[in-house]
Design a protein around this ligand. Structure first.
Ligand code: MCN
Ligand code: CUN
Length: 809
């Protein structure tokens, strides 16, 4: 089969095209009626007969030795069925579990606790209230230890040791360890060549920046309902997972139950944003409790548990350096990162990449030399996660390069748009090998930036800004931020990306029924992205079956083909390709059946939207509906009956969506209050399947970007207490705070994807955050400010104004 499927169809018949609702159509979301009416089916909606509920006992200390745990009072409480501690899990060898990053993590604290709210015991009772009351009765005696919260101090000789269990191991999953709190050093690029380019450079710039610790905040927290059938030996788990098949494999590994006897179901998921990729102790405890008690056990996190114990993101302490000539042409990039991974390295990255896809850090620019070094560090903070609407550390990478380009422009006095034009990769350079070993598939950056500058009348904005700056009495400062990012999504080629040894392919299975309707199943799982709507559109365009007649089902490992799940905007680049190819297989079989019915050779039959037509004889045709019926009673001699297809797609490369974002802010110089005057987001994700869903994804991603840039931060005090464990303290923007978004697009198809599509869902998050910072810094740039760390909340901005004496009326 050709790598590229020709889906250019002649809109010969508008009605038929409209009925198909194929690619390019803003089909209304099939999911919305159930979500809008509160008819979704989330994990906490699942109620099973005889179900018990588990609640975690958690550590108030960030670092402490456990001297004793007394569970007797809790066990004596009426309605309590079990209290699990590490001692109970030891005989099952389940008190520790492997992490996706090659480390181990305590399921329940074994001897000491290493972060605040760490899981210490699991109380199982008749209902949640009883379990919560009994959890209070578990008596744990702690001996507090010195706490390590600052990753920059972690490698000091006298730093407290976070991980006693591995303190003497001098090799970890990613190579040599230099200190008991050191996880890995990951280097990429040519250090000597890069150093030489710096030595010989006309200009160099250097900037430290902190990408603060944040947390994705899905409306639904994490949870599961585990149900073990003692008679049949079957385990069924309803779970909030972005990767149900991976969960099945991991549960199989941990429990020794064959995967054929494990069924993992991710029902409706109330947002994921990377929070639901990892495997958490609560899941393991609920499963163990169900196996031990022979009854279904539910575990659902509270909001605070979610914010403080599952899946942090960022916490990157970065130093960037650029070497350039006097005209601003970049010659080299050098980066060092200290990455705070918390107490266990439970980051959900493809196995071989301890810093994810951070090496996309050369961005949209032609940078001949680059070297990156990342040190992963243990601290007394929550482990896990890493992703938050970001394809594995891309957010950090884009932030760094976009900030550095601005810093260089400022040093040279070159306009920030102009310096980008001087360094952009040109269209004819694709496919482009970056200095850090990636091959960008396609891109066309210059027209995107030109379109953005024109849409906002950039020269007029700069003129207004200059006038504002010249006025000593102006109450507000004005800043213009530009971000011209390149994303990397679609993990990924199995030769580069795996999870626990399983290549990161994805899958699609389509069955066409006799009446011409169809069911399609994929290895991905929607958490709000609208896959049931858009996947059907791909099938409609390629196989000619109206989208409204296609049922899309995901998330049940008993029915869906194996897939690696939905995160890293991989669904369209990977599963989307499998869908197109499976649809194409359906179409080719249908063509043969049609030719048989029309008594001509298959070569003489053309596909036309939803039917097959004899070339040169348009009145001789068979609709896909007629062909579907024939597939079950009248197929050519020797052909198998039925009309179905399966495709497992291992992508040859990632896809590289890109965009131009421009932000205009007005900052009150006396109070620091900031208004986002305009935010323009141009995204290029190749072939667009559903423009309305893309716009919704962009709005959501921009809103999360706004949240991170302007307010979100998980702060820890010196004792390791999390400050910001509730939504009173942790900023979650509502429609009241959220600015108005202006969206735009260009289309540069991916040359290797069967329908030319790239992912889009994370681009707005990745691209907007540096854009907000750029705008904030730009407001103060004429005063020599080159960088401001996030979050840019009023207080911090006021501090900035204050330091510059701007708040003195
Ligand atoms: N799409 C399209 N045309 C394209 C690309 C995408 O029409 N060229 C459509 C897709 O068909 C799909 C949606 O846009 O319906 C997103 O597709 P894609 O970019 O492939 O991303 P995924 O489906 O893999 O979604 C994952 C991504 C991630 S990683 C995070 S984080 C995030 C995001 O999706 N979490 C979300 N968007 C979210 N949206 C909601 N509502 N909830 C979340 O938890
Ligand atoms: Cu990166 S957060 Mo999304 O991959 O689920």
């Amino acid at each position: 089969m050709d790598a590229t499927i020709d889906t250019k169809t002649v809109p010969s018949n508008e009605d038929r095209l409209a009925k198909l609702e194929g690619m390019g159509c803003s089909r209304k979301r099939y999911e919305d009626p159930r979500f809008i009416q509160g008819k979704g089916n989330y994990v906490d909606d699942i109620k099973m007969p005889n179900m018990l509920v588990g609640v975690m006992v958690r550590s108030p200390y960030a670092h402490a030795r456990i001297k004793s745990i007394d569970t007797s009072k809790a066990l004596a409480h009426p309605g309590v069925y079990a209290v699990l501690t590490a001692e109970d899990l030891k005989p099952l060898k389940l008190h520790w579990m492997p992490t996706l990053a090659g480390d181990v993590q305590a399921v329940l604290a074994d001897g000491k606790v290493v972060f605040q709210n760490q899981e210490v015991a699991f109380v199982v009772a008749e209902d949640r209230y009883i379990a919560a009351d009994a959890a209070e009765l578990v008596e744990v005696e702690y001996e507090p230890l010195a706490v390590l919260v600052d990753p920059l101090k972690a490698m000091a000789p006298d730093a407290p040791t976070v991980r006693d269990d591995i303190k003497d191991k001098d090799v970890g999953a990613h190579g040599a360890r230099k200190h008991p709190n050191h996880i890995f050093t990951w280097d990429i690029g040519d250090k000597d060549k890069t150093d030489r380019a710096f030595d010989n450079a006309e200009v160099t710039v250097k900037q430290d920046m902190i990408y603060q610790r944040v947390h994705p905040c899905p409306l639904e927290t994490c949870g599961c309902v585990a149900s073990f059938d003692k008679i049949r030996g079957d385990l069924m788990v309803y779970i909030t997972s972005q990767a149900p098949h991976v969960v099945r494999t991991v549960v199989g590994m941990l429990s020794s139950i064959p995967e054929s006897k494990i069924r993992i179901i991710s029902p409706d998921i109330g947002g994921g944003f990377g929070n639901k990729v990892g495997i958490y102790p609560g899941y393991v405890c609920a499963i163990v409790a169900s196996i031990v008690l022979g009854r279904p056990v539910k575990w659902i996190e509270s909001r605070t548990e979610n914010l403080t114990t599952t899946a942090f993101a960022r916490d990157y302490h970065m130093t960037g350096e650029l070497a350039a000539d006097k005209d601003g042409k970049i010659k080299a990039l050098r980066v060092h990162v200290t990455a705070d991974h918390g107490a266990f390295d439970a980051c959900a990255d493809p196995s071989k990449w301890p810093a994810g896809m951070f090496h996309v850090v050369t961005g949209s620019y032609d940078i001949p030399n680059a070297f990156v070094s990342v040190d992963g560090i243990y601290t007394n903070k929550c482990p896990g996660g890493v992703s938050y609407r970001c394809s594995f550390r891309v957010t950090e990478a884009v932030y760094l390069i976009e900030r550095m380009v601005d810093v260089l422009a400022q040093k040279l006095g070159i306009d920030k748009a102009e310096i980008r034009f001087r360094n952009f990769l040109r269209k004819d350079q694709f496919p482009y090998q970056t200095a850090l070993g990636l091959e960008y598939d396609s891109g066309d950056y210059e027209p995107a930036l030109r379109k953005g500058l024109a849409a906002l009348d950039y020269p007029a904005l700069r003129a207004e800004q200059a006038a504002r700056r010249a006025d000593p009495d102006a109450a507000t400062l004005m800043g213009i931020g530009i971000c011209t990012f390149t994303e990397i999504v679609g993990a990924g080629p199995s030769k580069m990306c795996d999870i626990l040894g399983i290549g990161m392919f994805d899958s699609c299975e389509i069955r066409v029924h006799p009446d011409g309707s169809a069911i399609a199943r994929m290895g991905t799982i929607s958490q709000g992205q609208g896959h049931q709507t858009t996947y059907a559109q791909i099938i409609a365009s390629v196989a000619g079956i109206p989208a409204s007649l296609i049922t899309v089902e995901e998330g049940d490992t008993a029915t869906a083909p194996y897939g690696l799940g939905t995160y890293g905007s991989r669904s369209t680049p990977v599963a989307g390709a499998a869908i197109a190819r499976a649809s194409h297989k359906i179409r080719e079989k249908a063509r043969k059946i049609a030719a048989h019915l029309l008594e001509v050779s298959p070569d003489d039959v053309e596909f036309d939207l939803d039917r097959f037509v004899v070339k040169g004889a348009p009145d001789q045709a068979k609709s896909i509906k007629e062909v579907a019926w024939a597939a079950y009673n009248n197929v050519p001699e020797g052909m198998e009956m039925g009309l179905e297809a399966v495709d497992y797609y291992d992508p040859p490369n990632f896809t590289f969506p890109f965009g131009t974002y421009i932000c205009v802010v007005d900052v009150d110089r006396f109070s620091g209050e900031t208004k986002i005057r305009r935010f323009y987001a141009l995204d290029d994700c190749g072939t667009r399947i559903n423009p309305m869903i893309i716009e919704g994804q962009v709005h959501g991603g921009l809103t999360e970007g706004f949240a991170v840039a302007m307010g979100q931060q998980l702060t820890y005090d010196d004792a390791g207490n999390v400050l910001g464990g509730t939504l009173m303290d942790y900023f979650l923007p509502t429609s009241m705070e959220t600015p108005h978004w202006e969206t735009d697009f260009t289309v540069t198809p991916s040359p290797h994807h069967p329908i030319g599509a790239k992912g889009v869902a994370e681009s707005p998050h990745v691209g907007s955050i540096p854009c907000f910072t750029a705008a904030m810094v730009d407001a103060f740039a004429h005063l020599g400010v080159t960088h401001m760390n996030m979050p840019h909340n009023s207080f911090r901005v006021w501090q900035q104004s204050h330091a510059l004496n701007l708040d003195q009326r």
